[in-house]
Design a binder for this molecule. Sequence first.
Ligand code: SAM
Ligand code: SF4
Length: 328
Amino acid sequence: MQDTHGRTHSYLRISITENCNLRCTYCMPTEGIALTPKAHLMTADEIVSIAQTFVNLGVNKIRLTGGEPLVRKDAADLIQRLGKLGVELTLTTNGILVHNFIETFKEAGIRTLNLSIDSLQKEKFNQITRRNYFDKFQENMELLDANGFNLRLNVVVMKGFNDNEIVDFIELTKNRNIQIRFIEFMPFDGNQWKRDKLVSYADILSQVNDNYSVENVERLTDKPNDTAKNHKITSYKGSFSVISSVTNPFCSTCNRIRLTADGKLKNCLFSNTETNLLQSLRAGESIEPFIFQNIKSKMAMRGGMDADAKFQNPDLFSKNRSMIKIGG
Ligand code: SAM
Ligand code: SF4
């Protein structure tokens, strides 16, 4: 699945639901979202069938996301079925329901999970998620750790909200082999993005350098196709990274494609064109030609929002879905 810019696509992210048990302000629009009618969403059989087609075409890694993937009623069954496809299976979750899935994860061969947490302070966590689950999150993170899962914590960094917790997050890596992933705040429909709320890769590194001596901050070698710029504090067990889609995009090595819960293929997080695979599947057509067409049309950078000015233009990013309907 090669595009016209020489990139091969082997990593599929599947959103299995638009629902969520949290309401993070940067993801879920204040007015909520109009949920897609159930009949227009992929069933478990359809997800497995589409995923199998992608695996046949060269996908070797699948990430389940949402909304919150674990609120889907048949999530456990789906995870087990996808675990049999012989690819690296993983999940991005807010962690609130993981206690119900420990054995399912193990049976499906899941080794690593991305957990999202934007503040280590209870009140701020509850403020950003507009729900009251801080203690449950902490409990479940410990449970995953005790069960031997590799944990990566996703932190969306926003100026004036949690940029004063960067060092606190890095300190979590002192005695634990976890990876903190600081994510630059990105614009999507309805998330009130403003450039001045952005904390850039450079801002994050500058805070790191103010708090640790330069010789103790190691720049690690990134894996091919890695979206994260990886670092660690020497002698700390874990590491930290920055995902800098806004200030340092990593489009030239992108190997990702996304399937939304209503069965549309997006070749970029920021693209506002989609290909309806579910419709073709239900019509009994082969979905392969539509997949190839979609991948061939992938733009070189951020769905065409290449220059900084385009990226900041609400007329462009508002044509995309809200993040909760894409799946990150
Ligand atoms: N509910 C799950 C969770 O929160 O982990 C999975 C879906 S969520 C949309 C996937 C990831 O996207 C989360 O780590 C979230 O923090 C991130 N995200 C959502 N909106 C974002 C934004 N505007 N900018 C940067 N990251 C965002
Ligand atoms: Fe839900 Fe995840 Fe979006 Fe938060 S970031 S509202 S947990 S989908």
